[in-house]
Design a protein around this ligand. Structure first.
Ligand SMILES: Cc1ncc(COP(=O)(O)O)c(C=O)c1O
Length: 493
């Protein structure tokens, strides 16, 4: 049987005492909804039977109103599909009515917003993150994702719904899923954790927001890696924190510089396994310096371990959290880089004594995480698909990385330095002095090359110009040609 979508009813308030016939009131309610554009051309309207039932009136006034609306061209019938707002509406009537409608542009000066909302820039989609094609950061080899396996697991959980998976549940997330993650983190990342410390969140961003709400007050100073991760900057700014940019060198964040700028900062946000964006791995001595500073000054460390699964030459680097003897590290991980970002699943490993505070704040935010994909991903991990997918994509990305580094060397020789290519799914290519990454990025966009300008990652004046180049979704066949086009754009400057 063909399924026919059912339409929603507009707001219709019937008044039986005003003497106006019911069919007239129904007719006028539809006309008003159409001219105000609350009902749009082509939108389905409810059947006369269901509208009559909803309004608790007989079907006759609804049929009379519908036939009038048909006759005047407001409604049309599509055989077998039902009744729709006409796709050829009487325009002149709508525009005339609209002239009398209040303007949606409200000019009143007193539209007060929170001061907090002005602490971050307005959202603007940037081409180097939102298009499809060469060098987009965050895009992965989705064509190699085992969607058949994934679909069968989704089906399994959709077909066998358990009643307790539909009800309100634990703000930490599903316990068995958290156990699977704890096992994974202890084994592969040397994270010191139990399932009871793991909170499931909708990705790194929610983890940062939650952490900021639990740990920071407006005015608190936070060290941020310079250059660093823009969305972490926004999460802490929104909490009213004062951002202290701390330079990154070849050993990671410069702890001595951080202490010189703000010894008593409340926290440091770091990406020690693969610094974003420069790709440096934090040295052992910096890790101990950072942990020591946090311990002595009663500060927190927020560790974002976003793409640790992809490391090409050396063995995986253990987490900073695993070295911490004083429970000062909040460890954050995500499935955005290993699976796909629209999954919106990540986790926070919380020091045991803070779990109750995180629980209370999380409960006040979005109550608890949705169930379905936690269950699917738990099976994906426990049945071995996750480990297999990482092994396969590590080889794939390693090849893409090699081809990209080779192509950059071929086209640019020593005029472009490559940084951070040892791990992850992006690298940084720096530009010679005097060139502007923003203007090259704008030019390159005309050639379908999506280059994230390095200068946008600085809080202070950028000390380097260059690009963050994603290689997750660009195939080895496409890379040489894309790099050649990039060189042509750079040469034209
Ligand atoms: C530094 C860093 N952290 C975390 C993430 C992942 O964020 P999310 O889990 O919110 O998708 C990214 C994604 O590009 C990133 O660059």
């Amino acid at each position: 049987m063909r399924r026919v979508a059912s339409g929603f009813s507009p707001v219709i308030t019937l008044d039986r005492r005003n003497g106006k016939p019911l069919h007239k009131q129904v007719y006028e309610a539809f006309c008003a909804a159409i001219v105000r554009r609350n009902l749009r051309a082509g939108q389905k309207v409810p059947s006369s039977r269901s509208l009559a039932a909803e309004l608790k009136i007989s079907r006759i006034p609804v049929l009379t109103a519908y036939s009038q609306l048909h006759a005047e061209g407001y409604f049309e019938t599509r055989s077998g599909s039902g009744t729709f707002v006409s796709s050829s509406l009487p325009d002149q009537w709508i525009s005339m009515e609209r002239r009398h409608a209040p303007s949606p542009q409200v000019r009143s000066p007193r539209r007060l917003l929170s001061k907090r909302s002005a602490l971050i820039p307005l959202f603007k989609p940037v081409p180097w993150l939102n298009k499809w094609g060469a060098f987009i950061v965050g895009q992965l080899a989705f064509e190699h994702f085992p969607f058949q396996v994934w679909a069968s697991l989704v089906n399994r959980h959709v077909r066998n719904v358990r009643v307790n998976s539909l009800h309100y549940s634990d703000p930490m997330g599903s316990e068995s899923f958290r156990s699977a993650i704890a096992e994974y983190l202890r084994t592969t990342r040397a994270v010191n954790c139990e399932a009871s410390q793991i909170m499931i969140v909708s990705g790194t961003q929610q983890a940062l927001e939650l952490t900021a709400r639990v740990l920071f007050d407006p005015g608190d100073k936070i060290w941020l890696e310079e250059p660093g991760y823009r969305l972490a900057r926004n999460a802490f700014s929104l909490a009213g924190c004062r951002l202290i940019p701390v330079p990154v060198d070849e050993e990671g964040i410069d702890v001595a510089a951080g202490i010189a700028r703000s010894r008593r900062a409340r926290a440091a946000f770091v990406t020690p396994s693969h610094q974003f964006p420069l790709g440096v791995t934090m040295s052992a001595s910096r890790r101990f310096q950072l942990l020591d500073w946090a311990h002595r000054s009663a500060s927190w460390i927020v560790e974002d371990d976003y793409d640790n699964e992809y490391r090409y030459e050396s063995m995986p680097i253990a987490s900073l959290q695993g070295l911490d003897r004083h429970s000062r590290v909040i460890y954050i991980g995500t499935f955005s880089k290993t699976l796909f970002p629209s999954l919106r699943l990540g986790y926070v490993v919380i020091p045991p004594d803070l779990v109750q505070q995180f629980l209370a704040v999380r409960n006040a935010m979005d109550v608890y995480p949705p169930h379905l994909y936690q269950a699917v991903l738990e099976d994906f991990i426990s049945e071995g698909h996750f480990a297999r997918h990482i092994r396969r994509t590590r080889l794939l990305y390693s090849e893409r990385r090699n081809v990209l580094v080779g192509a950059i060397r071929n086209e640019f020789g020593s005029s472009m330095e490559v940084l951070g290519e040892g791990a992850g799914v992006h690298l940084v290519a720096t530009l010679s002095k005097g060139l502007s990454d923003r203007s090259i990025s704008d030019q390159a966009a005309l050639q379908d090359l999506w280059l994230w300008p390095l200068s946008t990652c600085y809080l202070d004046r950028p000390s380097r110009q260059g690009f963050i180049l994603g290689f997750g979704s660009t195939t080895p066949r496409q890379i040489p040609n894309a790099v050649r086009r990039l060189r042509e754009v750079v040469d034209s400057q």
